[in-house]
Design a protein. Structure first.
Lengths: 346, 651
């Protein structure tokens, strides 16, 4: 997002809705994400005229058509590359990339890696439903082993990619997680927007048709307390109504679940979430669900200078004191003159 | 020179049919600095006022094993006091820095031509690597040429002795010694080279001094050697040129300059997205140094990101440009479709090389014409513009920019490896003589209270709307869209109407490009030789010579490959025969047949080398049923004049 140099625009949720009929399947998690974004935009003072949603291909990538802002529905996997050109051409624009697990991690994996590595100032919302929905249900790079699908009738055999671990490995300076129906999603989006640089948000999204309820283990309200670990900067990593926490197993250099007695998390050794701790971020995104709760919220947030700023300042330095004189440019180097009288001078 | 377009049907001079020109080829190990030597000789020659054309030829390997046949790098220059259009067919002089260079190049030399060889490199080891059982300098196998063999290595070491360089560094001055000798042979000034060396080695003055000493020693040797043997000085006067300021330019330079000029004429900042690939990278290298012209360069993670970032920049209101060679262009295909569908301006430069696949990375070909005209999914028309020579690439690039921003469309600019690397003199244009084509962005709603992002103007172009403009929020994408509004709509009638509209827009450009002219000869007759791109030079020379022999043949050179000029069909029908020489298996020929149902006959070549003049002369004679003339330097077979020779490719 941009520096808050501009006066925040005053909008309402309605201002962010388009006149286009939303064409996702009834009950799709995308509806909830769309509403969360439309709810977030007024709260962060976003200006529709200055906002661009860029998407690739897939169910999630229809998203820009439903946001009353500038929108570019590009081609499969390439949204980060298009966004890079947009942001380099006009760094004032607030750029959101909308992508999915297949779009961002299969066909567009290369661009996802590089947009994160370069640290382009943008928000990347990866809708992870662990399936190819628009092409009718083939397994995706985030599908769990054994996923049966039209292309894997005997179950998939390859291990899934972990989007947040991929993002951290690619050098992301902001990594967060949420899920479609979570009431916390707008807060995660706000934090992503407040982060200057590439902000990566994995959003678990329920594909009601081809991969129904695969996130129910932690996303259902019932029992959520025990299965969701919402990390918050400066707060101890507690869950199960404060009766359990995450501590460091020093001997094994891993995280472990500890019981917290009478709220005394200090004695239990529960870690306070430091959003700038990259090592802990790596451990949090790799926590196996089951023995551990699902880590959610802003897992890592440690800004670095952005790519477009570096490019712009280098361009300005290179151009400094130079006048763009086309005639002089064309006549550069060693030249010679031919006179009308056929004379010749070196 | 190649940039000058001859008057239609101008009477050709009948006197002095043999132009006063000399072809010199420098050949050596790829580490010997032959390209540098050739480049500096080119500069001196240009400064002396000769017209010239060059042909740099180097292996795909950066540093092939020393002394091997496939590691030979060569640079050919043709210069003279009359108009030069090609790098010349057969060399008059061959400078061979080692046995491999001699073996792979001597077959090209004209009978009676001069071989200059460095005996210091003709030891057993190098002879073995070049697969010579005995030294060709001793066994009489070079009898049909004049041979000057002397120990350039030793002479160089002697010349640079005072500077205390190590043996290896001292020997690296050999190329300057050789250049000094070549400068003496053609009475060229050493001063610009001395200036250049002082500048190049300004941080290491001792290297500058050593190289200058070698240069001077080579020059002095020429004066001494003239007393005996075949070495003699030749005078090549300045060419008759239009008055003005001149410089030399390579195609990569002039494409870059043309893109900058085009952006200036459009009043736009430029965004260039590229990915390293031979031979297109040079454009990125030039543009990256021109930031003061509002240019942003982006080395992307791959070819797809290179074009997609350029599309993003165009969407945001800059002139998006991307550049590559065949394999990279193939990867960009889907994104070109996106630019066609979203109707955003974009320039795609293809420096063609031999294909398919990796093909011949450092050699030239024109085999991406089908790819440019037809090579995308769906009905995806876009304009294709081609450059005919290094200097012409400047104007071609400006034309590509003009079409892109005027018609809101991606445009492909075709050059090739030969144009990209070759140099020729260029009369520096005055930028104020070019008509600007300033771009205007939509600032407010264009249909009363409504915004219609795809409302077309009379030419079929939609408005360009920059994100960031208040009140004009809208969505675009690669999916089929409704007329005017751009909302998703892939109903049958809509797709039919939009396909027709996209096609009509591009077809209409035919009315906005110059009518096709005849660059040499008559507007009707027995034979038209129709070319495009870098075949200009050999076709032009061949037609010129055949007309001097009295043959009824004309030269038509097409810049706008798609859409074709509106009058081209009628023009072609005015000739009894049509011959289309191209460095592919006959792609433009097919387009002409398809568009006009004319009996265009192909003359094809896919050796990775430009046509020789002789090859086209022969084809003209054959087409007209006239005996072949054989007018290109004696009995040398066309194939043996090729760079590189068969031995170099397949030792």
């Amino acid at each position: 997002m941009n520096e808050m140099t501009k006066i925040a625009a005053v909008t309402t949720l309605k201002d962010w809705e388009t006149d286009q009929e939303v064409r996702w399947c009834p009950g799709c998690g995308d509806y909830a994400i769309l509403k969360a974004v439309q709810r977030t935009m007024p709260e962060i003072g976003a200006d529709p005229a200055n906002t661009v949603f860029v998407s690739g291909i897939g169910c999630s990538s229809r998203f820009p058509y439903y946001m009353e802002s500038y929108g570019f529905h590009t081609i499969h996997g390439r949204a980060p590359a298009v966004a890079t050109g947009i942001k380099l051409a006009n760094p004032e624009l607030d750029v959101w990339i909308i992508t999915g697990d297949g779009d961002a991690l299969s066909i567009g994996g290369n661009h996802t890696m590089h947009v994160l590595r370069r640290n382009l100032d943008c928000q990347i919302m990866l809708f992870n439903n662990e399936i190819y929905g628009l092409t009718k249900g083939q397994y995706s790079p985030t599908s769990r082993v054994g996923t049966t699908s039209p292309s894997t009738p005997q179950g998939s055999v390859d291990r899934p990619a972990s989007p947040c671990a991929f993002a951290l490995g690619a050098g992301a300076r902001f990594v967060a997680r949420g899920f479609d129906i979570s009431k916390n999603l707008p807060d995660v989006l706000k934090a992503a927007h407040a982060h200057k640089g590439a902000a990566f948000i994995e959003i678990f999204q329920n594909c009601i048709v081809y991969n129904k309820d695969v996130f129910n283990d932690f996303a259902m309200p019932k029992g959520a307390e025990d299965r969701q670990l919402w990390v918050q900067a400066g707060e101890p990593m507690l869950f199960a109504k404060g009766t359990k926490g995450i501590a460091l197993d020093v001997a094994a250099l891993t995280l472990k679940v500890v019981d917290v007695i009478d709220g005394d998390w200090q004695t239990a050794g529960v870690i306070v979430h430091d959003v700038t701790n990259r090592s802990v971020a790596h451990m949090l995104v790799e926590l196996p669900f089951g023995p551990f709760p699902m880590a959610l919220g802003v897992i890592y947030d440690d800004p670095r200078p952005t790519y477009e700023e570096a490019v712009r300042s280098q361009n300005a330095a290179a151009a400094k004191g130079k006048v763009p004189d086309m005639a002089a440019l064309l006549a550069k180097g060693q030249t010679w003159t031919v006179d009308a009288g056929a004379g010749h001078q070196g | 020179m190649a940039t000058q377009i001859a008057e239609t049907a101008a009477p050709e001079p009948v006197t002095n049919p043999e132009s006063e020109n000399v072809v010199v080829r420098f050949a050596g190990d790829s580490g010997d600095g032959m390209q540098l030597t050739g480049g500096q000789f080119t500069l001196s020659t240009a400064l002396a006022g000769s017209d010239l054309a060059t042909f740099p030829d180097f292996p795909a390997e950066i540093r092939a094993p020393q002394g091997t046949l496939f590691g030979v790098s060569a640079f050919q220059i043709n210069f003279g006091s009359s108009q030069i259009d090609t790098a010349g067919d057969a060399p008059d002089v061959l400078v061979a820095m080692n046995p491999a260079a001699l073996k792979t190049n001597v077959g090209a030399l004209k009978p009676g031509g001069l071989v200059i060889a460095d005996t210091g490199e003709f030891g057993k080891r190098n002879l073995d690597k070049a697969k010579y059982a005995v030294s060709p300098l001793d066994d009489g196998s070079l009898a049909k040429w004049q041979v000057m063999a002397f120990d350039i290595s030793a002479l160089t070491l002697e010349a640079v002795k005072p500077f205390g360089l190590g043996n290896k560094e001292a020997l690296r001055c050999k190329n300057m010694w050789t250049l000094g000798l070549a400068l003496w042979m053609f009475d060229r000034d050493r001063a610009p080279i001395v200036d250049w060396l002082n500048d190049k080695f300004r941080k290491m003055p001792v290297l500058a001094q050593a190289n200058i000493a070698a240069l001077n020693a080579g020059h002095a040797y020429g004066e001494t050697a003239e007393l005996s043997g075949p070495l003699r000085q030749r005078q090549i006067g300045p060419v008759e040129s239009a008055p003005g300021l001149y410089r030399t330019v390579t195609g990569a330079e002039s494409v870059s300059l043309g893109l900058v000029a085009g952006a200036q004429l459009a009043g736009l900042p430029m965004f260039f997205g590229g990915y390293p690939i031979t031979p297109a990278s040079a454009i990125l290298h030039h543009l990256v140094r021109l930031k003061e012209f509002g240019i942003t360069t982006f080395q992307a993670e791959d070819e797809i990101a290179a074009i997609c970032s350029a599309i993003g920049a165009s969407y945001a209101g800059q002139l998006g440009v991307t550049s590559s060679s065949g394999p990279g262009i193939a990867l960009k295909g889907e994104a070109m479709g996106l630019a066609i569908m979203t109707e955003l301006p974009l320039v795609i430069v293809n420096s063609q090389r031999g294909g398919p696949s990796t093909g011949l990375p450092t050699k030239t070909e024109q085999s991406d014409l089908y790819q440019a005209v037809y090579g995308r999914n769906g009905d995806a028309p876009l304009p294709v513009v081609s450059a005919r020579s290094p200097a012409d690439a400047f104007d071609a690039a400006i034309e590509a920019v003009r079409l892109a921003v005027t018609y809101m469309t991606p445009v492909i600019l075709l050059t090739d490896g030969y144009i990209a690397n070759a140099a020729e003199p260029w009369k520096v244009p005055d930028p104020s003589t070019y008509t600007p084509f300033p771009v205007s962005f939509l600032k407010e709603k264009n249909a009363g209270d409504e915004l219609l992002p795809y409302k077309r103007d009379a030419s079929g172009a939609r408005p360009w709307i920059k994100p960031g403009t208040p009140g004009l929020m809208h969505r675009i994408g690669g999916i089929e869209k409704a007329i005017d509004t751009g909302h998703i709509d892939y109903s049958p009638a809509t797709h039919q109407a939009q396909t027709d509209a996209r096609r009509a827009k591009i077809d209409g450009i035919a009315q906005d490009i110059p009518a096709q002219d005849v660059c040499l000869g008559d507007t009707s007759g027995k034979l038209a030789v129709v070319g495009w791109g870098s075949t200009y030079g050999p076709i032009h020379q061949a037609v010129l010579r055949m007309r001097r022999r009295g043959l009824d043949v004309s030269h038509i050179h097409v810049r706008h490959i798609w859409p074709l000029p509106a009058n081209l069909g009628d023009l072609l029908r005015g000739y009894a025969r049509i011959l289309v020489p191209e460095m592919n298996t006959g792609q433009f020929k097919t387009v002409l047949r398809d568009q006009y149902l004319v009996d265009a006959q192909p003359l094809t070549k896919t050796s990775g080398q430009p046509f020789t003049i002789a090859e086209i002369e022969d084809a003209i004679c054959d087409a007209l049923g006239t005996p072949r003339g054989g007018d290109f330097g004696g009995e040398v077979d066309a194939d043996t004049t090729q760079l590189p020779s068969i031995e170099a490719v397949n030792p």
